[in-house]
Design a protein around this ligand. Structure first.
Ligand SMILES: Cc1cc2nc3c(=O)[nH]c(=O)nc-3n(C[C@H](O)[C@H](O)[C@H](O)COP(=O)(O)OP(=O)(O)OC[C@H]3O[C@@H](n4cnc5c(N)ncnc54)[C@H](O)[C@@H]3O)c2cc1C
Length: 174
């Protein structure tokens, strides 16, 4: 969809994303929702993918997902055999009802922050008892249980539009 209200695009946010937040700003992740419908209030998308967060880091204690990890990357990930709930990662991607084009761009963080009732990444994170790391430009990152993030249909604890962005989700070995 053509968005004809855009005046600028922030392609490389600073080290504290959101510090120069202004009216009309919005985080841009995969853009599969942001670019799919009218956004009359949007003036300045701020690209989160430019922050270069790791997509998926499986360390000794479990997986950590950067918010900008795409659904396709998550689907391609082969969890270690000892992760008894590892199959849930791919099953959650398959519950994402869209084409491969959307899968290739849509991000885990974008899906969670959209907070739609059919958000498969939300269900996955809650089922795995994940924690989210939330970044605010004026304070240290804070952690929050996935269960407490979504508060309603298309609503969550982030102000909308808001300067806080979700950076990662992690948990101990599923
Ligand atoms: C054909 C089609 C099918 C779809 N099917 C589904 C489905 O089955 N289930 C479903 O839930 N959704 C679905 N969607 C909606 C949408 O594509 C997904 O929710 C997707 O995961 C959004 O991720 P994104 O990275 O593209 O987010 P974007 O479009 O980039 O952003 C979505 C919203 O989240 C905000 N945002 C993104 N990342 C962050 C972050 N890290 N921190 C704070 N805010 C952030 C953005 O500012 C924006 O408001 C579908 C869309 C299409 C076009």
């Amino acid at each position: 969809m053509d968005l004809n209200t855009i005046t600028e695009v922030v392609r490389q946010p600073g080290e504290r994303p959101g510090a120069d937040w202004r009216e009309g700003d919005a985080w841009l992740a995969g853009g599969t929702w942001l670019f799919s419908t009218e956004q009359p209030d949007l003036r300045r998308p701020i690209e989160l993918t430019a922050l270069g967060w790791d997509s998926l880091v499986p360390d000794g204690t479990g997986p950590e997902n950067g918010a900008t990890c795409t659904v396709r990357e998550l689907y391609a990930f082969a969890p270690p055999d000892e992760w008894t709930a590892g199959g849930l990662l791919a099953a959650s991607c398959e519950a994402f009802l869209s084409s491969f084009k959307v899968w290739s761009a849509a991000t885990v963080g974008g899906n969670i922050c959209m907070s739609l009732p059919a958000g498969p990444m939300i269900t996955m994170a809650v089922a795995l008892e994940a924690e989210y790391e939330l970044w605010h430009p004026e304070g240290p990152p804070r952690r929050l249980d996935a269960l407490d993030f979504v508060t309603g249909d298309h609503r969550n604890v982030l102000a909308h539009p808001g300067r806080t962005c979700a950076a990662s989700a992690s948990r101990s070995a599923p």
